[in-house]
Design a protein around this ligand. Structure first.
Ligand code: CP
Length: 309
């Protein structure tokens, strides 16, 4: 077994393997009988210390479709609410004989810490502003359903990059796969030092979106923003919001993406989110297949050729 903590230290070949296996897993998701025995006899714990709709339910479905036993644990309703420490919680999960722990935590590095504290495979489902690797993988998978290759594609990531683990994982993944990655947002959310990661930084949304193949709109994380340095919601929507008028500057076949949850009318106009250019619904659908691939490859391994789906 192998951990998945982020995409920073994953090779392009490993990313390609996960995306190829996800394609086989999607065939299972689309079939009449979704239950296969690839993880039969394995147990997975979803340990979510921060709220989640998409990631937690798709990991749960992914594990169950593959035949594993899956349990969800969160601070409310567990002894974490009585003050039991994170380390003791991990140890307790480990004593039960769990094979993998899927973990979301507000602290950057919590999954790395877990790999040192206990034996089960650790999969990062989002740690603070650090990484959210399965989101970036499902974003790349969704792009590749429409485009032949990531090589040379102009992908623009817009919004609150500074607070975004989704942005960080997408930057690592997309640059490794040869995409031309651009970031855009207010100066307090997107700073020039990010160019060290091999991306281009913009503060003018029109300049960023010009000729784009993909526009990935991030959620403004209102729960993490408490400073007069940030634009108000009204200012943000007017200057950086993605609407049909701005999108006219992109390529005709531009794909619009959003990891969810959306602030409708803030970072993205509702008619854009539900337009023909939007693949937001596909992203959610693909999340299950990509997480099946990640669970299979981390717990079982192999190169995917053994899978007849
Ligand atoms: N995109 C994403 O991680 O959504 P959730 O927070 O609902 O899991």
């Amino acid at each position: 077994g192998k951990h998945l903590l982020g995409l920073q230290n994953v090779s392009p070949e490993e990313i390609k393997l996960i995306l190829d296996v996800a394609k086989k897993m999607k065939n299972i998701v689309l079939s009449d009988d979704k239950k296969v025995p690839l993880l039969k006899g394995k147990s997975i714990i979803n340990l979510f210390m921060e709220p989640s709709t998409r990631t937690r339910s798709s990991f749960e479905l992914a594990g169950k479709y593959l035949g594993a036993d899956v349990i969800n644990l969160s601070p409310s309703g567990s002894s974490m609410g009585k003050g039991e420490s994170f380390r003791d919680t991990l140890l307790t999960m480990s004593y039960m004989g769990t094979d993998a722990i899927v973990m979301r935590h507000s602290a950057e590095g919590a999954p790395l810490y877990a790999t040192k504290a206990v034996d089960p495979i650790i999969i990062n489902a989002g740690d603070g502003a650090h990484e959210h690797p399965t989101q970036a993988l499902l974003d790349m998978y969704s792009i590749l359903e429409k485009k032949e290759s990531l090589e040379g594609l102009k992908v623009v990531i817009i919004g609150d990059i500074m607070h975004s683990r989704v942005a960080r994982s997408n930057i690592y993944g997309l640059t490794k796969m040869g995409a031309d990655v651009h970031l855009a947002g207010p100066r307090t959310m997107v700073y020039p030092e990010l160019e060290k990661l091999g991306v281009t930084v913009h503060h003018d949304i029109r300049e960023a979106v010009a000729n784009a193949d993909v526009v990935n709109v991030l959620r403004i994380q209102l729960e993490r923003i408490h400073s007069a340095l940030y634009p108000t919601n009204r200012e943000y929507a007017r200057i950086f919001g993605i609407n049909n008028e701005v999108l006219k500057l992109a390529k005709d076949d531009v794909m619009v993406m959003h990891p969810g949850p959306m602030n409708r009318g803030l970072e993205i106009a509702p008619d854009v989110a539900y337009s023909d250019q939007s693949v937001i619904q596909e992203q959610v659908r693909n999340g299950v297949a990509v997480r099946m691939a990640v669970l299979y490859l981390t717990i079982i391994g192999g190169d995917g050729s053994e899978l007849a789906y």
